[in-house]
Design a protein around this ligand. Sequence first.
Ligand code: DUC
Ligand code: ZN
Ligand code: ZN
Ligand code: ZN
Length: 483
Amino acid sequence: MSKVIRNGTIVTADRTWKADVLVQHDKIIAIGHDLHADHEIDATGCYVMPGGIDPHTHLEMPFMGTYSSDDFESGTRAALSGGTTMVIDFCLGDPGGSLLDAIKRWDNKSTRACCDYSFHMAITWWGEQVFNEMPEVIERGITSFKHFMAYKGALMVNDDEMYSSFQRCAELGGLPMVHAENGDVVAQMQAKLLAEGNNGPEGHAYSRPPEVEGEATNRAIMIADMAGVPLYVVHTSCEQSHEAIRRARQKGMRVYGEPLIQHLVLDEGEYANPDWDHAARRVMSPPFRNKQHQDSLWAGLSAGSLQVVATDHCAFTTEQKRTGVGDFTKIPNGTGGLEDRMPVLWTYGVGRGRLTMNEFVAVTSTNPAKIFGMYPKKGAIVEGADADIVVWDPEKKKTITAKNQQSAIDYNVFEGIEVKGLPKYVLSRGEIAVDNFEVKAKPGHGEFVAREARGPVSQALSQWKEVVAPRKVERSGIPASGV
Ligand code: DUC
Ligand code: ZN
Ligand code: ZN
Ligand code: ZN
């Protein structure tokens, strides 16, 4: 079955032009004019863009005594409804456990995915077994490794473990990633706040100030430099972290930063809401910041010092959040965002002149495809690419509300926000998953995407050593030349 997307304007990360797109089965096979097919999709007045890629989700993940509530079916349906055609989820093993066993669990969980997906592997401990299993993980197409520098006593790794893992990544061409927050400092701040009677959700934000994130980002960057490996910093939320990334890039390191759509548009004022449920529903790590930090993140996206906008989609119901009544450290950390990332970023970014349309495509699709080793199969409108395509209607409006969402939870952190710009049609490997704004996603359609390992290692200028013979040192005080 072939399809042609007609009369639209194609927008990619590097250009904008008018042409039709011909899709045969699951691939784009031609771009041009006078193309014919069995089925026509009318894109008049719309932009035709590569489907969004969200490289940061936690679907049905065991965390903080419960499981995140969107599974691969509801999570990927939510993704498609908002124009995202691929997610990369974090495969999380138990500390002390086998990485390969964790992959089996994630394989089983993902069978009903509606869109394509891949996994990152979390490194939650270090030992000979992890060292020995990493090559097979990479052979399976899981080429990025996440390290939690926070969640002390649970997922956190120390510098010793992180440096060992980074060196192994350097050897194997893997890309290390970090959740950068100083978990030791967070634990002390949490204990102090609780001892002083600050047990409400606002205590969560007080216990994780920007300095906690800036310190950890700096530390991870320096450790990556010493290991000679690139680094991807997830959920960059503040200027301190962004500053460290900018500096490292200026020195020649391949360091990538990923703001979340939540941090770009929602601020710390949300935690001051007197309604406990309202504030607790927005508890995530790192927490929302103030306007200055938001401005820094927007600037980084347009200047290129930050490369990706993701969601960290980790959805918990109000009931799950309420396990933290009386102790904010027990509120499951996480918010949703999968179905709102693209429309909200378009509205606040393109709509307000902060991002060009091409930059929008870069940060939502093309950059993650390149960074994570799947370009141009994903993230591109070119012949031979997967037909993951969004037909975007820039005039269509809606008010975000939990009542109409695909996500399984009972609220939405973007409730009441009006967006302008929505996906009219979404193709997932050639199948119509959104048809004239109606979600038609098919559970089980999604396939695992094996990704390629990265090429060169990365070192800052500080690590580039001059190759010179060691100088001979004269110690006698008598000049060697005898002058
Ligand atoms: N932060 C969250 O808020 N949830 C999931 C994991 C994380 O790092
Ligand atoms: Zn056909
Ligand atoms: Zn994280
Ligand atoms: Zn996360």
